[in-house]
Design a protein around this ligand. Structure first.
Ligand code: PHE
Length: 344
């Protein structure tokens, strides 16, 4: 029996010698050391021996088992370390590598500006007019006639209107003011709306002019609306958009659809009013036209000017964005250069 035990140890040691992996070691453990393994089956035969032999052979069997266990354990550790090293080598992660960035879209600065201005007018009690009241393709009626432009008024050329081939009276709008007429045709006062949108003018493109741009039209009609309401609302808008410290000024002006009419200038941000290329040396940039809705316009939409009055305004979105972010070329908004757009 002692010989048998020694043989088992020898075989087990040869197997260990040949082992290539943790898996092989597991098999050896199973073959020799498990409950159904070879050492245990010998121990089962101990019961047939004399007490003295039981003690001696039993002790020897335990010794062999312990020896084998130690050897198996050290072999196991050796392979474990080796396999772990290999795994680490091929699965190495370099935490200093830069991450892969997921490209994220951004809202265009013009849309951002429109959203910001819309937000401000919300707080002043204005809502956005339905889109159908502010179409980009407009008829001469809403664009000129309904706004009190006489048939042969030079202002019809003044805005360098794009005519279409759809019909002689169908044009691409050059101002959002047509929305005033459409809204007043459909709504009864009190009316307090804004209408943002794109307009088109046949201009030579340069750093200050593009042949399309964006405006936000505003209209407030109710009983007892006066010029001081116009000044109050627009001054509050300027304060909320530019902050209190930006110099602004009202200048008298003319529009066929408002009387009296004004324009608002904002101090040029490029030169702080000293005069530069952007403001043509004046130190100021015009950002909006406004005025009290002309009596003829009210009559045209069936609103009684004896009962109601109102004011309207139209502002240039690109100008407002340029004056806030110190952008000196309007074309930057439309070239879609990522280096520019990313900054907003
Ligand atoms: N529509 C005018 C323009 O484009 C601006 C304006 C709007 C003036 C409303 C008065 C009232 O210049």
């Amino acid at each position: 029996m002692k010989n048998q035990l020694e043989l088992i140890l020898k075989n087990a040691e040869t197997d260990l010698e040949k082992a290539q992996s943790i898996n092989d070691i597991e098999e050896i453990k199973l073959k020799y050391l498990s409950r159904k393994g070879e050492l245990n089956s010998i121990k089962k035969n101990l019961k047939d021996l004399s007490d003295e032999d039981k003690r001696v052979v039993g002790a020897f069997a335990n010794e062999i088992a312990q020896k084998l266990e130690t050897e198996v354990k050290s072999k196991y550790e050796e392979f474990y370390k080796k396999e772990l090293d290999e795994k680490l080598k091929c699965e190495k992660i370099d935490v200093t590598l830069p991450g892969k960035s997921i490209p994220m879209g951004k809202i265009h600065p013009i849309t951002q500006t429109i959203n910001e201005i819309t937000e401000i007018f919300h707080t002043l009690g204005f809502t956005v007019a339905p889109d159908k009241n502010s179409p980009e393709v407009e008829t001469e009626y809403y664009h000129f006639d309904g706004l009190n432009f006489p048939k042969d008024h030079p202002a019809r050329d003044m805005q360098d209107t794009f005519y279409t081939t759809l019909a002689p009276n169908v044009i691409l709008r050059g101002q959002t003011s047509g929305a005033q007429v459409r809204v007043m045709e459909e709504m009864k006062p009190p009316i307090r709306i804004i209408a943002p949108g794109r307009v088109y003018r046949n201009e030579n493109v340069n750093s200050r002019k593009n042949n399309f741009f964006h405006q936000i039209e505003g209209l407030y009609v109710d009983k007892n609306v006066s010029f001081s309401d116009l000044k109050g609302i627009l001054n509050e808008f300027l304060r909320l958009y530019f902050g209190a410290s930006r110099p602004t000024r009202f200048r008298s002006s003319f529009f066929p659809f408002t009387e009296p009419s004004v324009e608002i200038d904002v101090q040029c941000i490029m030169c702080q009013g000293k005069g530069c290329r952007t403001c043509s040396g004046t130190g100021w940039l015009e950002i909006l036209g406004a005025g009290m809705v002309d009596v003829n316009v009210l009559k045209g939409v069936g609103i009684d000017p004896e009962v109601y009055s109102g004011f309207a305004f139209g502002m240039g979105v690109e100008r407002l964005a340029m004056l806030k972010y110190a952008i000196d070329d309007i074309r930057l908004f439309f070239n879609n250069d990522e280096r520019f757009l990313k900054q907003f």
